[in-house]
Design a protein around this ligand. Structure first.
Ligand code: C2E
Ligand code: CA
Ligand code: CA
Length: 318
């Protein structure tokens, strides 16, 4: 057992008992995240806890409301040819009162709740529906979908995915799953079995945000991973100088020698795109090529892409 201690100072009679207990609850939550496991009540953290609580409370309604959740798609292009190979699926949430909530804010909160499974199920279903609709018009695209670490622990993940794939008529090689190094490193039999099952079914796997987590390449090498996505912080830092560029070049060379394809994320300038192409990076993704697009924007972007190779344009709808 690891006890966590929350504490606060109060004047008797100034606050109600309920307020004190709620504030202490907030302090205990901070304590859990602190190495010492002790924390004092902080009003600014409390505001964050209250917002997180609201996110957790509201998300189940969003899952069943047709107007709150939607998907956008960000192109990944082949560095040499400029041809779009696939799109990354990114979730958007627009709450009727709170407005748009960034996935960077709500996904970590939902991942820590019981709803991580439902979130991924919603995204997978919506992505397969979109792929089936594009397939029906003759547009064949591949989509990469972000998974949470917890999804790898679900014993019925493959059964549900297999059923969804069969129902949608989408081929499994049109799907790729992105997982962070940290998620991949959770070494349980169940997660390893699931990764092997997905790979055997023809689904591609990639390591997301490479370079930011705790990674053991010798362990990752044992997993059926096809692609490594270098985190955008490294791509961004390339403008700082030669050492940063050497680091990215070394990452690309290392990944290639281990047999991975390499994607650079967060490509925001022409210089970065040209440099990465010269370094032998396989695919590029970032605002310079395109911001995430809605489904209609995807079709328009693809048709324009034939005319303008590697030219950034504002999304049609964001
Ligand atoms: P990520 O998987 O690393 O996704 C890429 C993020 O970088 C996206 O932010 C994208 O809009 C942003 N981005 C793309 N190009 C550029 C660029 O050139 N410059 C900069 N500064 N940023 C760029 P977004 O959509 O806000 O997503 C944030 C994170 O939320 C994602 O990071 C991912 O971890 C998570 N996420 C989004 N959708 C899903 C989902 O459906 N499921 C799960 N589990 N996580 C998701
Ligand atoms: Ca990703
Ligand atoms: Ca990423």
């Amino acid at each position: 057992m690891t006890p966590s201690i929350g504490s606060m100072v109060f004047e008797a009679g100034e606050c109600t008992a309920e307020e004190i207990l709620r504030s202490l609850q907030s302090a205990v939550q901070d304590a859990r995240a602190h190495p010492s496991k002790i924390a004092f009540f902080s009003p600014s953290f409390d505001v964050q806890h209250q917002r997180n609580f609201m996110i957790q409370r509201e998300f189940p309604y969003a899952l069943t409301d047709d107007n709150q959740l939607s998907l956008v798609f960000q192109p990944r292009v082949d560095a040499e040819s400029g041809i779009c190979k696939s799109m990354e699926v990114l979730l958007r949430w627009s709450h009727p009162d709170l407005g748009p909530i960034s996935p960077a804010e709500f996904i970590p909160v939902i991942e820590a709740s019981a709803y991580a499974r439902e979130l991924t199920m919603w995204v997978v279903k919506a992505a397969l529906t979109q792929l089936a609709a594009w397939n029906a018009t003759g547009l064949r695209l591949n989509l990469s979908i972000n998974l949470s670490a917890i999804n790898l622990q679900e014993d019925d993940f493959w059964d549900r995915l297999g059923a969804d794939l069969a129902r949608s008529g989408v081929d499994s090689d049109q799907i790729e799953f992105e997982l962070t190094e940290t998620a991949m490193m959770i070494e349980t039999e169940r997660s390893q079995d699931l990764l092997s099952t997905l790979s055997a079914a023809g689904i591609r796997l990639s390591i997301d945000d490479f370079g930011t987590g705790y990674s053991s390449l010798s362990y990752l090498q044992k997993l059926p991973v096809n692609t490594v996505k270098i985190d955008r912080s490294f791509i961004n830092d390339m403008s700082n100088g030669n050492r940063e560029r050497v680091l990215v070049q070394s990452m690309i060379t290392l990944c290639h020698s281990l047999g991975y394809e390499v994607v650079a994320e967060g490509v925001e300038t022409q210089e970065a795109a040209e440099l990465l192409t010269a370094m032998g990076c396989d695919e590029l993704q970032g605002y310079w090529l395109s911001k995430p697009l809605c489904a209609k924007g995807v079709v328009e972007w693809l048709s324009e892409q034939n005319l303008y190779r590697f030219r950034y344009r504002e999304p049609v709808c964001a």
